[in-house]
Design a protein around this ligand. Structure first.
Ligand code: MG
Length: 384
């Protein structure tokens, strides 16, 4: 029996493929539409297995190649570009949209999906970081449900289950500290791309793996948590828990702390979102507390990992600054992945952009996108 109809923005990425693992395992969710960027090989496999009727290949030229590849299949529409993504996000009969595209590109389709009355399983960080002030009221107005797919925000949702946001005293957002935990600034200067791409606990896409190593990822998650759970930035404390066993905790008004623990497996937060907090079977490794013995905690080193400190600062100020922070990081990480800049330049670039931006309070979507462009141009000019 079909439980739900979904579409997936970014089905070929890490979250997208694991979403399809969950769908395959339970067999009661129908995938009506998917989208990918360049990986048409995986997109073709997914199309043949899950039989969505609508596929967006973001790249125009590759969309044509893709059409050729699947021309033996009947009743399939192939679209491309931003219009194509929006079509996937707003397709009739879809109940829930999984937004797993990486980057600012995810904002417009997510907004359109909410406007079309779709529930959202949100894995795209940029949406709330840059446009939380637009998204949260829109969610309320449209009466749709939003489920975070990130392990930390899902853990918080699981801890709050049955309580109200008003009951929260503090959110304890856990962080692994990444592969460079314990190192000082001077040790980070010569970090190579290969080292930064090794995460101790989680297997994720390249961009988010770098973001985890710089702890910028945690900074983005602090800003997201503020919007998702309607708390002040000061109510969110980042706690380093190196083995990623505790996925986050909530301290309530009465002093009780509720944590969600588990092995690091993204399929759990994905399933929790897809099935709207229902508890279902999920095969995989389980925690063995006899073997575990202890769980350690540390304070984050924000002098070395300046990106986290800066994120908390821009999160407090708000406005278009969070867009600048995010876009500067996105660009800097892309340059680092291209071996064009050094590791510490990521922090330097973010800092310079944030310092040179004239903040806009409550920016519109157009202003957010213009701010993104300003940031990219600013970085390009300063690299010349
Ligand atoms: Mg996370």
């Amino acid at each position: 029996m079909i439980n739900k109809k979904i579409s997936i923005l970014g089905s070929t990425g890490s979250i997208g493929t694991q979403t399809l693992d969950v769908v395959r395992f339970h067999g009661d969710i129908e995938v009506l539409a998917i989208s990918g960027n360049k990986n048409i090989k995986v997109l073709e496999q997914q199309t043949r297995e899950f039989k969505p009727g609508l596929i967006c290949v973001y790249d125009d030229e590759l969309a044509e190649t893709f059409k050729e590849k699947i021309k033996d299949l009947k009743n399939i529409e192939v679209v491309s570009g931003m219009d194509g993504l929006i079509k996937v996000a707003t397709l009739q009969n879809v109940d829930m949209v999984v937004t797993a595209v990486v980057g600012m590109i995810g904002i417009k389709p997510t907004i359109e999906a909410i406007k079309a009355g779709k529930d959202i399983a949100l894995a795209n960080k940029e949406t709330l970081v840059t446009a939380g002030h637009l998204i949260m009221p829109l969610i309320k107005k449209m009466g749709v449900k939003l489920f975070p797919v990130d392990s930390e925000h899902s853990a918080i949702l699981q801890a709050i289950h049955g309580y109200k946001n008003d009951d929260i005293y503090k959110i304890l957002l856990t962080a692994s500290g990444g592969p460079f935990r314990g190192r000082k600034k001077e040790d980070l200067a010569n970090i190579k791309l290969e080292d930064a791409l090794k995460h101790p606990n989680w297997s994720m896409g390249a961009k988010i793996t770098i973001d985890s190593s710089t702890m910028v990822n945690k900074g983005l998650e602090v800003i997201e948590a503020k919007w998702l759970y309607d708390v002040d930035i000061d109510q969110i404390q980042v706690v380093v828990q190196p083995t990623s066993i505790i996925h986050s905790m909530v301290e309530f008004k009465d002093g009780a702390v509720i944590a969600q623990l588990g092995t690091p497996d993204m399929r759990l937060p994905i399933q929790y979102a897809l099935y709207e907090t229902e508890r279902l079977n999920l095969p995989g490794e389980r925690l063995d507390f006899h073997k575990l013995k202890n769980i350690e905690f540390e304070e984050p080193d924000m002098e070395t990992f300046e990106g986290l400190k800066l994120a908390i600062l821009v999160g407090k100020i708000g406005g278009s600054l969070t867009t600048v922070f995010n876009a500067a990081n996105e660009k800097a990480v892309a340059l680092f992945l291209d071996r064009k800049i050094g590791y510490l330049d990521i922090f330097a670039i973010i800092k310079e952009c944030v310092e040179n931006h004239e903040n806009i309070e409550n920016p519109s979507l157009e202003e957010i996108l213009a701010t993104e462009k300003w940031t990219y141009d600013f970085i390009e000019d300063s690299l010349k």
